[in-house]
Design a protein around this ligand. Structure first.
Ligand SMILES: [Zn+2]
Length: 315
């Protein structure tokens, strides 16, 4: 794969999809990538563990080590992935990038061992982003890492033009999705992680509040509700891509209630990242019939401040 090299001075534009898991970020990111002619790399925070170390499937349905795109990125960034210790990088990620580390990232200067680890991780990831920009030749990278710690890491990197789109989905659908047992087509039928309803509801609030706090910074931020994307995909994609500096999107892949997905090289994310072709575009409302009344009420009471904030009716 060849492309025009990006000049070292040119900032790399990154559209970061932030928010809570099970909010539809894989589908939305792929749609943003396709419409904006951007490179959709999926949840890049899992690159080291799932891609380089475990050689799992890329979105293109090839093993990471057999995907020409990612091999070219490794060559561009490091002269080959073999020149970086992937296990060490995955461990470094685990030690500084989890949601429990959020407060540490906000401390000014972050000195000491934590600060040194964050700087090393940021320097290494900056090379990865530059490699992606070089190899793809795309005007923008869509990163659906979602975690606020990943967005804060991007803010540390020089030469990055970061834009954040906060993706919110109503909490009942999110909590229900976290409780379902789903086999992963992209990982040989292994089960997707599940969370208890209280944990999923609490994290919905925390992740969304943390991503929304970027409104208080100079980083451009916009909101996208998953339900609005499903109802009005053309206008919502156009709005977000204009915000991201890519006006006049090509939304020819949108049909009447469908979306025609191209091949992406997303390194991690929802199992639907390996699906291509025409798929239905609909809000998953299974929770309305499958969720018990008491649990629905618990979710509403727990997440009411966020529901009101993002325009979800409490009844
Ligand atoms: Zn690939």
């Amino acid at each position: 794969m060849t492309a025009e090299p990006t000049s070292p001075q040119q900032p790399i534009r990154i559209l970061f999809v932030g928010g809570h898991g099970r909010s539809g970020s894989t589908l939305v990111s792929r749609a943003l990538g396709a419409a904006g002619k951007a490179s959709c790399v999926g949840e890049l925070r899992y690159l080291w563990k799932q891609g380089v170390a475990k050689n799992q499937l890329c979105g293109c349905n090839r093993r990471f080590a057999r995907c020409a795109f990612w091999q070219d990125v490794g060559d561009a960034a490091f002269g080959g992935w073999r020149n970086v210790d992937a296990i060490e990088m995955a461990g470094l990620h685990q030690s500084v990038m989890r949601i429990r580390h959020l407060a540490h990232h906000l401390l000014p200067g972050s000195t000491g061992a934590f600060g040194r680890r964050v700087r090393l991780y940021a320097e290494t990831m900056a090379k990865v982003y530059r490699g992606i920009a070089e190899v793809s030749g795309s005007p923008m990278i869509v990163d659906s890492s979602k975690f606020p710690t990943s967005a804060l890491l991007l803010r540390r990197m020089p030469g990055i033009d970061l834009r954040i789109v906060q993706l919110v989905r109503g909490p009942h659908g999110v909590v229900h999705s976290w409780s379902r047992t789903v086999q992963r087509a992209d990982k040989g039928g292994r089960l997707m992680a599940t969370h208890s309803p209280t944990r999923a509801a609490a994290e919905w609030l925390v992740f969304n509040a943390a991503i929304e706090s970027f409104r208080l910074t100079r980083t451009p931020w916009t909101l996208l509700r998953y339900e609005d994307f499903v109802a009005r995909p053309h206008s919502e994609l156009s709005r977000v891509l204009e915000f991201a500096g890519s006006p006049s999107p090509d939304t020819g892949f949108l049909g009447d209630g469908t979306i025609d997905l191209p091949v992406d090289h997303s390194v991690a994310g929802n199992p639907m990242r390996i699906r291509t072709g025409v798929v239905p575009l609909r809000a998953d409302e299974e929770w309305r019939t499958a969720m018990r009344r008491a649990r629905r009420r618990m979710v509403t009471v727990f997440t009411a401040p966020g529901m009101l904030r993002y325009g979800y009716p409490l009844r």
